[in-house]
Design a protein around this ligand. Structure first.
Ligand code: ASP
Ligand code: MG
Length: 408
């Protein structure tokens, strides 16, 4: 007998039919003698709808109220699922984040989970009650409702699995696992049977949308067993999904496990700045002070004491970052500031890279053969990222995917 935490995303509870299918899946799991705790997202599209309503009223400065608003989406779906479970003869109880005391810090709209109570949930399991918990929300130090950032239900599920030492945290979604690339762009992408948590963490932070990056970080830190499965495949034997393992490698480890991308990128180049100590911090200081996250940074070798300094930020921060950099122009004596938000970051990830040289060359060659120019590069132990023009995204992903032998 095992304890599973099952998380169902927005499309998985997007209609009464989908909720019925969730009930049947839980029913099968209980019939096999297992315990289940359920975590759900808001019904598909609901969080977006709520955010649009709030934004239409000028949500600036109203993060507390935005949390109040956004957290209602999950309140609807937990109630519906608990009612549906009862209608099928299962004792069930729905809970808001605050009711099972998912305690967070006070950072509205992006709160972090600190800890939670397990008393009510353990008692429910002892009594044969199926708890249904609202994902994405918690309660701050002053009793305020908080939310965990978009996709935060994944994090709730992992935190619940950790707190109750579940045998597995199962994330049910509209795809049947983690793929070697986004199958909507790369038709030859393959589902992976397993992937290491380190690789999953890189993929998530580099743009993959399958799991929220914080949930993977949490699972990694606390060694929570995690699996991604489809809520659309009815035959459980066919639905093994992708296991996110805490082993250091998986069987038949390829060099590269996956290719991913992020469109949420923009780059800013400060042309002809003087090449002397302090310039980089003069440029990036105000950007950092404004809370803007800088990702890649490249500085060219200096000619005649002048150099070009380039960095990337999120697209939403682009205009503000451009403004801030223009303001320091007199100080650092640059020639001009040029920006480009028509770029994407394309990354390959694999623990196999640790022990193999030449991965970068394979990637660069594949891009060169398609005439795709690489604008920036950054590497770490298990990933290589390049910045390319957005119009080459599809072609770039496909050619790199096949260069590493990932095609089906
Ligand atoms: N409903 C929230 C969102 O759309 C949380 C989640 O789905 O994980 O971001
Ligand atoms: Mg999600």
């Amino acid at each position: 007998m095992a304890l599973y935490v099952q998380k169902y995303g927005g499309t998985s509870v997007g209609s009464l039919e989908r909720i019925d299918s969730v009930v049947k899946r839980i029913d099968r799991c209980l019939a096999s003698g297992h315990h289940v705790i359920v975590v759900v997202s808001a019904m598909a599209g609901e969080t977006d709808r709520l955010i649009d309503l709030g934004l239409a009223l000028g949500a600036q400065g109203g993060e507390r109220e935005m949390d109040m608003l956004m957290s209602t989406g999950e309140q609807v779906s937990i109630a519906l699922l608990a009612l549906a479970l009862k209608a099928h003869g299962h004792a069930s109880r729905s809970y808001l984040g605050s009711q099972v005391a998912i305690r967070t810090d006070d950072a509205h709209t992006r709160a972090r989970i600190i800890d939670m109570d397990t008393k009510r949930l353990s008692a429910d399991l002892d009594d044969g009650v199926v708890p249904v918990i609202a994902g994405f929300q918690g309660v701050g130090p002053d009793g305020e409702i908080t939310t965990l950032g978009r996709g935060g239900s994944d994090t709730t599920a992992v935190a619940v699995a950790y707190a109750l030492s579940a045998d597995e945290c199962q994330i049910f979604t509209d795809v049947d696992g983690v793929y070697t690339a986004d199958p909507r762009i790369v038709p030859n992408a393959r589902r992976l049977d397993a992937i290491t948590i380190e690789e999953m963490q890189e993929l998530s932070s580099l743009g993959s949308k399958v799991l929220a990056v914080r949930s993977v970080e949490f699972a990694n830190k606390h060694r929570v067993p995690l699996r991604v499965l489809s809520s659309f495949v009815e035959d459980d034997n066919q639905n093994t999904g992708t296991l996110i393992t805490h082993e250091e490698t998986v069987m038949e480890q390829p060099l590269v496990s996956g290719v991913t991308y992020s469109k949420d990128e923009a780059k800013i180049t400060f042309v002809g700045v003087s090449d002397e100590p302090g310039v980089a911090s003069d440029i990036l200081g105000p950007v950092g002070d404004a809370g803007i996250e800088v990702d890649m940074i490249v500085q060219n070798t200096a000619l005649d004491g002048r150099t070009d300094f380039t960095f990337t930020v999120r697209r939403g921060d682009f205009a503000q970052a451009m403004q801030l950099v223009r303001e320091v122009r007199d100080q650092v004596g640059g020639r001009e500031v040029v920006g480009d938000d028509g770029i994407v970051k394309l990354s390959v990830v694999g623990v196999g890279m640790r022990s193999h040289a030449g991965v970068a060359t394979t990637m660069f060659k594949a891009l060169a053969q398609e005439g795709i120019n690489i604008q920036m590069v950054s590497t770490s132990e298990i990933k290589i990222s390049v910045v390319i023009a957005e119009r080459y995204l599809e072609l770039g992903l496909r050619c790199v995917h096949s260069a590493f032998g990932l095609d089906t």
